[in-house]
Design a protein around this ligand. Sequence first.
Ligand code: C2O
Length: 550
Amino acid sequence: GITRHYKFDIQMTNVTRLCHTKSMVTVNGQYPGPRIVAREGDRVIVKVVNHVQSNVSIHWHGVRQLRSGWADGPAYVAQCPIQTGHSYVYNFTIVAQRGTLFWHAHISWLRATLYGPIIILPKRGVPYPFAKPYKEVPMIFGEWWNADTEAVINQALQTGGGPNVSDAYTINGLPGPLYNCSAKDTFKLRVKPGRTYLLRIINAALNDELFFSIANHTLTIVEVDAVYVKPFDTNTLIITPGQTTNVLLHTKPTFPGATFLMLARPYATGQGTFDNSTTAGILEYQHSNASSSPSFSKKLPLFKPSLPSLNDTKFVADFTRKLRSLATTQYPAKVPQTIDRRFFFTVGLGTSPCPKNQTCQGPNGTKFAATVNNVSFSMPTTALLQAHFFGQSKGVYTPDFPIIPLMPLNYTGAPPNNTLVSNGTRLVVLPFNTSVELVMQDTSILGNESHPLHLHGFNFFVVGQGFGNHDPEKDPAKFNLVDPVERNTVSVPPGGWVAIRFLADNPGVWFMHCHLEVHTSWGLKMAWLVLDGNLPNQKLPPPPSDLPKC
Ligand code: C2O
């Protein structure tokens, strides 16, 4: 591979949406931010210079970072944040991955405005396992707040309540014509008839899983999270924050001047963190006679897709069951067949007592909290990876993350009286090359809710999922160990469970968290510490000299 250099200047920029202008943090003044384009096997070097008041760090979401954990990005996990006036060079190689991923800020809620696509092309001369598309189009979903997003989350954390919902969803930063004042801010995809387009769809929204559909068109799903899947057709797809989905769009043989709406809006199972507004883009067919300057007719009717209802869990479950690895000789599914360590994690919301001399806006005057095995993760004030590497874990983290819930209960039953929440910076320690099976169960303490869990540093195989309580006697017999989907973010279904497997072949400290940003803020996160192996190529190298200090 070759080396690709990028420079990210983090700077304040005025951006107007919904007739509302705000000064916000951007990369190079762009919103959404610039694209990273590379080929499988390339080295990517991004110099990030922080010109703003806030601390910043950037995460390359889904890039495996094999033995390059210093470049992973989550603040206080992989690195201390980059302070005002400082810079840091992220340096990593893209190994055995090709497809669509994205980058985003990984500190507080800065990712609301700091995000952009990562496009990984196959090695030169290696074709896609599907017909070559005529064009490729990145489409990145986001969320826009008129207010400053740091103020939104800080206020929620101070009052213990839920944050204000966003004012709009966006496609490539544009809300679209269903929002006030936004007809001019509409994503338009101009297509020729009878061609195939590869849409590289990314959900960079903060707090919502999204349905997406294009009127009168079928989408062929070909890849998720930078791993090819067995192609299948659908009218609508579901994509959680942190997931990416490549689809083929076959345009109709002839439809001169026609326009079709494409819509994205939430799949919402929880309470309070969504609105039911919809972002729209427009698919426009070029006139058949159009030459260098195409003209578009406004006279034909606008076709609208119909999306599943807001809480259509059945649609989501059916869709996710169709996702299967290619599992071919060229793209094998390397599912761990034997397991060294098994874990059972409950994930979900809970509450913690309101601190004295404060009034809290959570349920019954408490504070919202979110937990994994009843532990709400406390962010340390120095980076976990540094603490580990330099043998300074004392007072930073403890290696005793509970491998089963602290409070066993009927997870999908009525809310218990005692919603045990403890705080801690507790890690699971794994020897190099441990094969892991992890069952994650939604606890439903405050009602059923879907949680898109993202694991840094690894892809995992989704070997099983179901509703109700996971049954350790019966369910494993039904696991798919042949062609399960391989990805980096998976939703734990509302009132249900999901089972994943991965091989801990990447030494370092790896964050795992709900990619609904509000749940991460409330503590639905933990970290795995994978120890070095014995061979030189099984060890994490020392950090680069410009690694930021806390
Ligand atoms: Cu895309 Cu830890 O996140």
